[in-house]
Design a protein around this ligand. Structure first.
Ligand code: FES
Length: 114
């Protein structure tokens, strides 16, 4: 994700190149700056399984997990997600998004003798 003061360059409507890790697979994509994360994942990264429903953040139908937070992909600009790791929610009952994926286990404490 872009940090405060970080700039991707270009003009307001010039395409930008971003990198996204989607379910562990790295993608380098060139997108229009107004593209949502939903459109980017579906069309550019080839993941139509991320469903568009209301497209304005109300229905909860397009959740993704980015940097440990659940966000609506339809209301998130992909350009601000550069270098982010995104995990799609696994489908739950009746095709609706399920619970978040399990968190990674914390690293094992260092047990080596000193
Ligand atoms: S499509 Fe409804 S919240 Fe994203």
């Amino acid at each position: 994700m872009l940090k405060d003061g970080q700039d991707r360059g270009g003009t307001a409507d010039a395409p930008v190149t971003i990198q996204l890790r989607i379910d562990g697979v790295r993608h380098t994509v060139r997108i229009e700056p107004h593209m949502t994360l939903l459109d980017t994942v579906r069309e550019v990264a080839g993941r139509p399984d991320l469903v568009r429903a209301c497209a304005d953040g109300r229905c909860g139908g397009c959740p993704v997990f980015a940097e440990g937070r659940r966000i609506a992909a339809c209301t998130t600009l992909a350009a601000v997600m550069d270098d982010a790791s995104v995990t799609l929610a696994p489908p739950g009952p009746e095709g609706r998004p399920g619970p978040p994926p399990p968190a990674a286990a914390p690293p094992a404490p260092d047990t080596a003798p000193r």
